[in-house]
Design a protein around this ligand. Structure first.
Ligand code: NAD
Ligand code: UDP
Length: 316
């Protein structure tokens, strides 16, 4: 049994990680400022003696004795991270400095939730970890992309200079139950629109691609990375290499929901990447043959079930 700090633990991914860690018998401290997280995501854990919730902002130092730190605190959807871009940069950069400082002091292992966004609008396909990326450093997505790139640099430099035991994963688009229905991400948007019978909003012509990973596969990969051999720090891609266009995704959602919603097109947001697909050979090699197990149709069905329940509760 370990004591584990999860920053951003009340968010979509963080709450699934807290569930898994509690199920495995660990003592979990969930730190969150509830910017995009929700109490409902962790409500079911509140009576558990091994679960503690701390309302705190990672841009301020936090002191605690733990064995491991998962640093997930940061808004992840473009709408939310662009709402207060300066705060987004501070969360990535100062949050990393505070968690690395803590890890250094207490000699804890610390894992950073980085992102495929560090590759920007990639010029090589699929993306391998040694690709340096194609990021617009002054565009509207840069608060997120550059914040995460700076955090990766901080992680590696705390390791080189101070010997901090670090791990970095680059997460590709992840979906599943507990996504925030209002955060504007494509999977939640399409499902909610289809279930409500609203128009499905495709940005641009819908030919841009993403590779969607179900949340359980990510949690498995993230934990394997935390437990990986000493000396392997990453960054390592954690994502599902099956690539879909937004048009294909919309058709899949319409098919699975049986919805009569019609597809409409809206302008493509600035700097929207045209394609994204992880090369996962490094993860397979270093993380004990890790690979995603849940493919799009199965994962979408589970997510549709979640949103269906959520919408019927809010309508009753
Ligand atoms: P989310 O928005 O649901 O969760 C982020 C959590 O961090 C929320 O609970 C939020 O309240 C909290 N938070 C934000 N700023 C904070 C601050 N200053 N102090 C304390 N808490 C703060 O997003 P998510 O999808 O669960 O993403 C979790 C992590 O994974 C993020 O770091 C994100 O960048 C990374 N990631 C996610 C995806 C994805 O597809 N979901 C892809 C790549 C990387
Ligand atoms: N997108 C879309 N309709 C929506 C929301 C998003 O077509 O209602 C597109 C968006 O332009 C992008 C892709 O879906 O090309 C994925 O968007 P998301 O915000 O989920 O993730 P990210 O762009 O960060 O990969």
């Amino acid at each position: 049994m370990k004591r584990i700090l999860v920053t951003g633990g009340a968010g979509f991914i963080g709450s699934h990680l807290c569930d898994k860690l509690i199920e495995q018998g660990h003592d979990v401290i969930c730190l969150d400022n509830f910017f995009t997280g929700a109490k409902q995501n962790i409500h079911h854990l509140m009576d558990n003696h091994y679960f503690e919730m701390v309302r705190h902002d990672v841009t301020h130092p936090y002191f605690v004795e733990v064995d491991e730190i998962y640093n997930l605190a940061c808004p992840a959807s473009p709408i939310h991270y662009q709402y207060n871009p300066i705060k987004t940069i501070k969360t990535s950069v100062m949050g990393a400095i505070n968690m690395l400082g803590l890890a250094k002091r207490i000699k804890a292992r610390v894992l950073q939730a980085s992102t495929s966004e560090v590759y920007g609008d990639p010029l090589i396909h699929p993306q391998t970890e040694d690709y340096w990326g194609n990021v617009n450093p002054i565009g509207i997505r840069s608060c997120y992309d550059e914040g995460k790139r700076c955090a990766e640099s901080l992680f590696l430099n705390y390791h080189r200079q101070n010997g901090v035991d670090i791990k970095i994963i680059r997460i590709f688009n992840t979906y599943g139950p507990r996504m925030n229905p209002n955060d504007g991400r494509v999977v939640s948007n399409f499902i909610v629109q289809a279930l409500k019978g609203d128009d499905i909003t495709i940005f641009g012509d819908g030919s841009q691609t993403r590779s969607f990973q179900y949340v359980d596969d990510l949690i498995d990969g993230m934990q394997r990375m935390m437990e990986s051999r000493n000396g392997f720090h990453g960054p390592v891609n954690i994502g599902n290499p099956n690539e879909f266009s937004m048009l294909e995704l919309a058709k899949e959602v319409l098919d699975l929901t049986g919805s009569k919603s019609k597809i409409i097109h809206k302008p493509l947001p600035e700097d929207d990447p045209t394609q994204r697909k992880p090369d996962i050979s490094l993860a397979q090699k270093e993380l004990n043959n890790w690979e995603p197990r849940i493919q799009l149709r199965e994962g979408l069905s589970k997510t549709i079930e979640y949103f269906d329940d959520l919408l019927s509760i809010s309508n009753s």
